[in-house]
Design a protein. Structure first.
Length: 177
């Protein structure tokens, strides 16, 4: 049961990380998590090349650790197609997060629902794998198999509810004006 809990918890953590990268009209440095910068002959995540912080409710400031990589970081942000226009002042890059249109909010809502469904599917696949193990175990009695199947279902239901809660919270955040 601890294995199934760990695997399902990883699915929830993955969903949370995916949700963090969805832009909601508020400044959140996590939307830059998927940005990869080509510097020093390697592709590095932006977190290893620059620090990021929120200046206002709608401005993210990116400060490269090495000023020589400023143009590379700026290029990577543009290349990531986040819908953000970087403003370079020679030291920092400022990203102004524009307000979301209603159409864009609906697109983001669909994307978030798809992410949540993928997490639900992952959790159900973990449940299916566990139930197959239980059924194949010849040493267990029928009662023990039923009890384990019920326990697996209870854990699955708990994690599915957690996915639903995360989805509701993210949808509220997206639709908030």
């Amino acid at each position: 049961m601890s294995e199934i809990n760990q695997r399902m918890q990883k699915a929830i953590e993955s969903l949370s990380n995916n949700f963090a990268t969805v832009r909601t009209g508020r400044a959140n440095p996590d939307i830059l998590n998927r940005v990869v910068v080509d510097v020093y002959g390697a592709s590095l995540p932006i977190k290893q090349v620059a620090s990021m912080h929120v200046q206002d409710s709608n401005v993210i400031v990116v400060t490269p650790f090495d000023r020589g990589t400023l143009a590379d970081v700026e290029r990577a942000i543009v290349k990531a197609s986040l819908g953000l226009n970087p403003n370079n002042d020679g030291v920092n890059i400022r990203l102004v997060i524009p307000a979301l249109t209603e159409e864009r909010r609906l697109e983001l809502d669909k994307a978030v629902k798809k992410m949540a469904e993928e997490a639900r599917v992952a959790i159900r696949n973990i449940r299916r794998d566990q139930l197959e193990k239980v059924k194949k175990d010849e040493e267990l009695s029928e009662d023990a198999k039923k009890r384990l199947e019920n326990e697996v279902q209870v854990v699955t239901d708990k994690f599915i509810k957690e996915v639903e809660d995360l989805l509701k919270h993210k949808e509220k955040e997206i639709m908030e004006i």
